[in-house]
Design a binder for this molecule. Structure first.
Ligand SMILES: Cc1cc2nc3c(=O)[nH]c(=O)nc-3n(C[C@H](O)[C@H](O)[C@H](O)COP(=O)(O)OP(=O)(O)OC[C@H]3O[C@@H](n4cnc5c(N)ncnc54)[C@H](O)[C@@H]3O)c2cc1C
Length: 473
């Protein structure tokens, strides 16, 4: 609950449309994408950078904690309030007015509350798109704040690589607005300040406008399912594809048989691509794409892919057990349904890990052999962006038998998986989802003290107010 004086002052800034206090209406802002439910004191929905600035300045002066929220699709409990009922959610969902396309610069300037799907729909006529692709529909500010990775990282990189500029409201007593909205691609004049706000989950300020790099929409796409001969064959297979396809290779995504089976069981529109045969233990979805229309005399892209697969098939130590080119929409529908399948397979304990590329499958294989003896009531449903070293290592826990909730089982499981991933395999505990309440403990454990001191110093200097769920100090 919020003090009546604060409520009146905030209402004055955002007006009736910008303030949500009805418990039922607030629920949408209190419940996160995965097992995440908090209680907000109030939800603010400012409609401009100026309103965000006035709200933030007021809340910092009055020591009111703010949680920025965009699409609320984050997976680490960063965008929802905690259970205390004192935090104010600052939603960016009304910040959608600015849309300014610069075709010559291949860039777009948008308000941070715009949804990814809406922005790409408005860009369609220009033949350009924002090349970050994922199975959710976040808002652009949230994408910058978490530095979203996605399925085509291999070709286009992450959000950081595709951010040309931004505008941000600092969490200080004035709600200072910092305009870093340059559309320049080259600007070598010292510190690249905008990067402080990309991937830092709102701790250093609230992003209100974004300047993004755009890429030509692919005009030719071909996809294939590749069944590797075993886990160890996946990195050699990736290298062979990269050598032969260069920048045409736009995705190299891994799907375990367990993940595909869960998706088939829970998403009725999917079809088993292996017909009546058993689903293989692991399948790679490989995509190649070109941004121009097919030209007369040019080998079609699916033929290029087939030629390359035939070459690999003929190589010594062939890393393939099976491979076939197929319809892109069906193949991607399977890939994008894996999250949904895993979610319905049982109680999930999810890990968003990354490794040096050759270590992804080594980690997964090691886990397959060691996990059952240590945690017998847990099944692995893994999939991920193996082409760039990422894996969504999902564990489905038998709730009744493991005593998941009652005896600290989840903490023991998390501690063990992270220690293997980080200490043994040199990986990261957050590949692409950022930091929130769910993984703050592991930030504290695995971040060197000197780095944490630096984080605390920057926080004091830039945005001393209580904003966001993450503590970098
Ligand atoms: C089915 C599914 C698939 C997914 N696949 C991927 C994937 O492939 N790759 C990937 O990287 N992620 C993936 N995600 C995670 C999620 O979609 C991304 O992290 C996304 O970028 C979050 O954006 P959002 O708008 O939903 O932000 P939110 O969830 O609202 O917020 C995320 C964090 O950013 C902060 N924040 C939000 N807006 C702002 C702002 N304007 N200024 C400052 N801080 C802000 C919040 O406080 C929070 O800490 C997936 C999620 C789902 C549910």
């Amino acid at each position: 609950m919020i003090d009546a004086r604060h409520r009146a002052a905030l209402l004055d800034i955002v007006g009736e449309k910008g303030l949500v206090e009805d418990r039922q209406a607030m629920a949408a802002y209190e419940i996160g994408a995965r097992y995440d439910r908090g209680r907000a004191a109030l939800v603010l929905r400012p409609a401009s950078t100026a309103e965000v600035s006035t709200c933030v300045g007021y809340c910092v002066r009055e020591r009111i904690a703010l949680v920025p929220q965009s699409g609320n699709t984050g997976l680490v409990s960063g965008s929802t309030p905690d259970a205390g009922g004192t935090q104010v959610v600052l939603s960016l969902d009304r910040l959608t007015a600015v849309f300014d396309l610069d075709v010559d610069n291949r860039s777009v300037h948008v308000d941070a509350g715009m949804k990814l799907s809406d922005m790409n729909a408005r860009l369609e006529h220009s033949g350009l798109f924002f090349p970050i692709d994922l199975g959710a529909d976040p808002r652009i500010g949230g994408m910058l704040a978490t530095n979203t990775g996605g399925s085509r990282f291999l070709r286009y990189g992450d959000v950081r690589k595709n951010t040309l500029g931004l505008k941000v409201v600092l969490a200080d007593e004035n709600g200072t607005v910092l305009d870093l909205l340059s559309g320049l691609r080259k600007n070598n004049t010292g510190v690249d300040w905008k990067q402080l706000f990309v991937g830092t989950c709102g701790a250093f300020g609230i992003i209100t406008e974004c300047m993004l790099n755009l890429e030509p929409v692919p005009r030719q796409v071909a996809t294939a399912y590749l069944v590797p001969s075993d886990g160890a064959a996946i990195t050699p297979l990736l290298r062979m594809m990269e050598e032969r396809l260069g920048s045409y290779l736009s995705a190299f995504e891994g799907m375990s048989g367990n993940a595909m089976s869960a998706a088939l069981a829970h998403v009725p529109s999917l079809r088993n691509p292996f017909r009546n045969a058993p689903i293989p233990a692991y399948v790679i979805l490989a995509e190649v794409s070109r941004s121009w229309q097919p030209r007369a005399g040019e080998q079609p892209l699916d033929a290029v892919l087939e030629t390359v697969l035939a070459e690999i098939w003929d190589a010594a130590d062939v890393p393939l057990a099976n491979a076939f080119v197929g319809p892109s929409n069906e193949m991607w529908a399977m890939r994008h349904a894996l999250s949904e399948g895993a979610k319905h397979a049982g109680r999930l304990v999810a890990f968003d890990l990354s490794f040096r590329r050759a270590d992804v499958m080594a980690f997964c294989e090691w886990m397959k052999s060691e996990l059952p003896s240590r945690f017998p009531d847990v099944a692995i449903i893994d999939f991920g962006h193996v082409g760039d070293g990422g894996v969504h290592f999902n564990l489905v826990v038998d709730e009744a038998r493991s005593g998941l909730v009652s005896d600290g089982f989840e903490t023991r499981l998390r501690d063990w998986v992270y220690s293997v991933a980080i200490d043994r395999f040199g990986g990261s505990f957050s590949a692409e989802h950022g930091i929130g309440r769910k993984n703050q403990t592991y930030y504290d454990i695995y971040t060197p003290q000197k780095t944490r001191n630096l984080g605390a110093g920057l926080k004091r200097l830039i945005s001393p107010g209580r904003v966001g769920a993450v503590r970098f100090g």
